[in-house]
Design a protein. Structure first.
Length: 201
């Protein structure tokens, strides 16, 4: 029943949300195109449910692509517009499409980099026992302003305690966290330091 209610919530909110905020999405897309050029969206393969890869979609907030041919740090590539979008989590809005297609949920552990899979302990890897989410228990309990170990512990706690009512609680807490702009980035980083394994990050 919880799984059915969760999917029903995902579909209704994602569908209604994409329609209601479509003017805002259009404005953001136009501003990105004018100030940063193409592409408008940032797409990257991330591990989803059971570690299966999918392509996450976000608004682009940085110049370049961060590849070896563009070795600048995330902080150096983050644009003024990108910083504003991240401050209010507006860059995450296109992920409502990922929710609509069933690759993500509104609530769940955040989809992280594929390269992190090799570093998870068996306990940390349990974060993939549910679909990744736009927001999650870790996001309302510190977001990027806590250690990786604590974030993963929050993720696993969510896996073990998931309920429809917990999702509603997390969504309401997310609203206030976004308004207060808390935990957006780790001190000294544009978002957070890369994870290299417990005890090594």
């Amino acid at each position: 029943m919880n799984a059915f209610c969760k999917r029903a919530l995902d579909l209704s909110v994602a569908f209604a949300g994409l329609i209601l905020i479509s003017p805002l999405l259009l404005v953001i897309a136009v501003v990105i195109r004018v100030t940063m050029g193409a592409p408008i969206f940032f797409r990257q393969v991330r591990p989803g449910y059971k570690g299966r890869p999918f392509t996450v979609v976000k608004f682009r907030t940085m110049t370049g692509d961060g590849s070896q041919s563009d070795p600048s740090s995330d902080g150096a590539r983050l644009t003024r517009l990108g910083s504003f979008l991240r401050r209010f989590s507006l860059d995450e809005l296109p992920q409502l499409w990922n929710v609509l297609t069933g690759e993500m949920s509104l609530v769940g552990p955040r989809p992280l980099l594929t390269e992190y899979l090799q570093y998870y302990t068996p306990e940390q890897a349990r974060r993939h026992d549910v679909k990744p989410g736009i927001t999650g228990w870790a996001q309302v309990n510190g977001r990027n302003d806590v250690t990786w170990e604590r974030k993963f512990a929050f993720d696993v706690w969510y896996v073990d305690h998931f309920s429809f009512w917990l999702d509603l609680r997390i969504l309401s807490m997310t609203f206030w966290k976004v308004l207060r702009r808390e935990g957006i980035s780790q001190r000294g980083h544009a978002t957070a330091e890369k994870f290299g394994g417990s005890g090594h990050d």
